[in-house]
Design a protein around this ligand. Structure first.
Ligand code: NAD
Length: 505
């Protein structure tokens, strides 16, 4: 038995969703283009399905519009709606192993990571159920003989478009608050990872969500994505993906004044000051860039190290990187798994080649790892590059792979200037024992999230999102629910007299 067979036999296998998509609560064969995902560890085909076409989207919209107005949903009290979300959370929790297996097959991420993502998705549904049940509305001070208050009401039909890197988590982050807010949701996953949202659909269906309120519509960006952005029935767009597509969507949403949230790319800086705890910083920097094989929007892909500790820090960092276990996603010891796709690996390789041509020095990695296991899949070694200026394209652009650029800085002012001298603004990491300085630096950096002496930690109750080219809007947190609602203000007369402006004859 070869090593691949050993890994394949080491885990429980679950059926992968096949053939059908979920349109307005009905399982059917999509009328669109065929989609094939493969297991990035050995390129075996996960399954075939045909994505949604215009007729399927018409149906999803029609059923969604009806479902959202149906008293069986529209008249539910918050705690009743929440109870369905709690059931979905339970359904996810009871299927963590199955979801993890499907997502690992779809994306190549380790089972350890996909289990954590599935658990976080369950937590997201639970959290928004709790937010919904406990949300308060307040009377506003009136300035006349009337009572005033502002209510949050459902928008109607919401579209959710997600990328391939963490599907179950990003799906839940949109679907849970959108349903909690009383809407119907049309979810479109990436064609590289079409399967997980179909498993989510199965769980949502079993949890008893009224039919029509949720559709899972795999398909291309140019057909399904385009409709979910431009169709007049869609009242709110929630997008996570690349900055270029984000720009297109922003323009289309603006032309209809449709509220849109855009969770986009990043090139997040990590700043290590000379007084940092070196081992903590090394562990955080490595986890920040090489977990998920760097395929993470918040990857700490730009490392700035204070000059006084630069040589010894980088030496230790390189040694620790070489010790990372690159391996099969089913191997519990694996830290760096394959990339999602050969096409994506080629894109990452092109960036590394460009770094070489621009004079960058590859300190470790920079190539495919060698060996039987690695040749079967889309692996790329964790790579560290130095010697490039902050304004070089490799230091500026998102690579979305296991590639870290490292640069020295002399003092706090220079570190902040270098960190801010980038189009993106998603996250940053600051490593220093002087927490007051770390907070000052965090405040000076234009970004959405600041991690101090840690990195890539998340809480569903803490808002997340970017600024600049990393997008706009926030997900998670209490306000995450409100962002899927329309705020409407009411004035109710308390005088019981006609307004004085009219003089009755
Ligand atoms: P992508 O932009 O290519 O695709 C994202 C989704 O948009 C996919 O479902 C795709 O099919 C769809 N799409 C493509 N063209 C479209 C169009 N014209 N109209 C509507 N939809 C369209 O991104 P990707 O390669 O799937 O994902 C990687 C990117 O996602 C990276 O840039 C990463 O930083 C970003 N990302 C951001 C966050 C965040 O929270 N900020 C999280 C994860 C990933």
């Amino acid at each position: 038995m070869n090593q691949l067979d050993k890994f394949n036999q080491s885990v429980m296998k679950y059926d992968l969703p096949q053939g059908k998509i979920y349109v307005g609560g009905i399982w059917k064969k999509g009328g669109g283009n065929s989609i094939q995902s493969y297991f990035p560890a050995d390129r075996t085909i996960n399954g075939e399905l045909t994505g949604a076409n215009d007729a399927d989207i018409d149906q999803a919209i029609e059923y969604g519009q009806k479902a959202v107005k149906n008293p069986a949903w529209a008249n539910l009290l918050p705690h009743e709606r929440a109870s369905i979300l709690y059931r979905i959370a339970e359904g996810i929790k009871n299927n963590v192993e199955r979801i993890a297996y499907i997502q690992t097959r779809d994306t190549g991420k380790t089972l350890t990571e996909t289990r954590a993502l599935a658990n976080s998705a369950a937590g997201t549904f639970r959290y928004f159920a709790a937010v919904l049940e406990t949300a308060q509305e307040a009377l506003t001070p009136s300035r006349g003989a009337y009572m005033t208050f502002s209510r949050y009401e459902p928008i109607g039909l919401v579209s959710a478009i997600t990328p391939w890197n963490s599907p179950i988590a990003s799906d839940a982050q949109k679907v849970a608050p959108a349903l909690a807010a009383g809407n119907a949701v049309l979810l479109k996953p990436s064609s590289w990872s079409p399967l997980v949202c179909l498993e989510l659909a199965r769980i949502i269906d079993e949890a008893g969500l009224p039919k029509g309120l949720f559709s899972a519509l795999p398909g291309s960006g140019s057909i399904v994505g385009e409709r979910l952005v431009t169709d007049p029935a869609i009242g709110r767009i929630s997008f996570t993906g690349g900055t270029n597509v984000g720009h297109e969507i922003a323009i289309k949403a603006a032309s209809r004044f449709v509220p849109v949230s855009l969770e986009l790319g990043g090139k997040s800086p990590t700043i290590v000051f000379e007084d940092a705890d070196i081992n903590m910083a090394i562990a955080g920097v490595l986890y920040g860039i090489f977990s998920s094989s760097g395929q993470s929007c918040i990857a700490g892909s730009r490392l700035l190290v204070q000059k006084s500790i630069y040589p010894q820090f980088v030496k230790k960092l390189v040694e620790a990187t070489k010790a990372l276990k690159i391996g099969h996603p089913f191997d519990p010891q694996t830290q760096v798994a394959p990339l999602i796709h050969d096409t994506h690996r080629m894109a990452v390789e092109e960036w590394v080649e460009r770094a070489r041509q621009e004079g960058g020095k590859i300190l470790t990695g920079g190539m495919r790892p060698k060996g039987e296991i690695y040749e079967a899949g889309c692996y790329f070694s964790p790579t560290i590059i130095e010697g490039l200026p902050n304004h070089s394209s490799v230091c500026r652009e998102e690579i979305f792979g296991p590639v870290l650029v490292v640069m020295p800085f002399s003092d706090e002012t220079e570190a902040v200037t270098m960190a801010n001298d980038n189009a993106y603004g998603l996250a940053c990491g600051v490593w220093s024992k002087d927490v007051i300085r770390a907070l000052r630096v965090g405040q000076a950096i234009t970004t959405g999230t600041v991690w101090v002496n840690t990195y890539k930690q998340f809480s569903i109750s803490t808002p997340f999102g970017g600024v600049k080219e990393s997008g706009c809007g926030r997900e998670k947190g209490i306000e995450g629910l409100r962002s899927y609602m329309n705020q409407k203000s009411y004035y109710i007369d308390t005088s019981q007299k006609p307004l004085g402006w009219v003089r009755f004859p």
